[in-house]
Design a protein around this ligand. Sequence first.
Ligand SMILES: Nc1nc2c(ncn2[C@@H]2O[C@H](COP(=O)(O)OP(=O)(O)O)[C@@H](O)[C@H]2O)c(=O)[nH]1
Ligand SMILES: [Mg+2]
Ligand SMILES: [Zn+2]
Length: 329
Amino acid sequence: MTILYYTYYHAFIHSFIQLLAVVGIVVKSTGSWYLVRDTATGTLHRCRLRGKFKQKGLKVSNPLAVGDQVEFTVEEQTEGAGVIHHIEPRRNYIIRRSVHKTEHSHIVAANLDQALLVVTLVSPATSFGFIDRFLVTAEAYSIPVTLIFNKADLHDDDLADYQQQIGKMYQRVGYPSLLTSAQSGVGVEEVDALLDSKTTLLSGHSGVGKSTLINVLVPDLDLKTAEISQFSDKGVHTTTYAEMLEVRPGTYLIDTPGIKELGLVDVQPGELAHFFPEMRALLNQCRYHNCRHVQEPGCAVIEAVEKGRIALPRYDSYLSMLHDEDNRH
Ligand SMILES: Nc1nc2c(ncn2[C@@H]2O[C@H](COP(=O)(O)OP(=O)(O)O)[C@@H](O)[C@H]2O)c(=O)[nH]1
Ligand SMILES: [Mg+2]
Ligand SMILES: [Zn+2]
């Protein structure tokens, strides 16, 4: 009798929890607390994670990240605070690897539709090395990238020509680009159209104009960030945490302040060329199946570089990344 009662009791509690479960998206994570937006109503809830959630095979310092879809329950007596009891499997995610401690990785954001990489040719000049590293990472996670060349107002004729060449170089290998001036508003409508109904990661070096762009794209930004920071832990530098901003319902922008570079978590040196689309197409034409495309005879990649079919800056980035990865493994 007792056992039967116990079973019924648990079944009852379980269905009760499911009944009250709210579906939401993590919009900010400070480690111990998560800010979750109720998908149906848009209400923000400060949530804790119930028990231990470990994602299989992932050595990460955070079990939950911005963009994660969760189910949570709100208890009446806690002023809207909730408990997360379920995390949906991720479609994808982007990881930042700590440069020194290779064992500790941090999930920057999950469930992305695309990434925008904001770059500038002047003040400051973004290096090809940085751009290509980002593109390889996004390629490894199957996240499409569009390049945003910002500060177009600072381009003289020579820089404008140069920008066109660089834009074409990336377009040829599968990365479209837009030319903007966040300051004067040129090109911002095109960026807005690109964001529509998607979740987009916004990235780029400090100083390229990300915040300026967000200010133009996100209506009532001050209000929204104030609302979000009101939930954050005191004494924590919240500006170093990624956060998801609502451009309009269904359209989200993930800002990653303070995150300079994304790590190449799962890329082995031998696989690196697979994440350069223009090289990927040639890999079965190299004489040696384990060709690393550095100095091997009969290398189809080197031949393509010599004939100008692979752009030199891209190949240089490949060599530099190969060198870095060799030192790591
Ligand atoms: N000339 C010019 N300056 C810009 C533009 N966008 C941003 N800036 C300036 O560049 C500096 C850095 O911008 P900010 O948005 O803080 O860059 P973030 O570090 O990427 O967030 C600020 O002084 C902005 O006013 C632009 O399109 N043209
Ligand atoms: Mg900024
Ligand atoms: Zn080769």
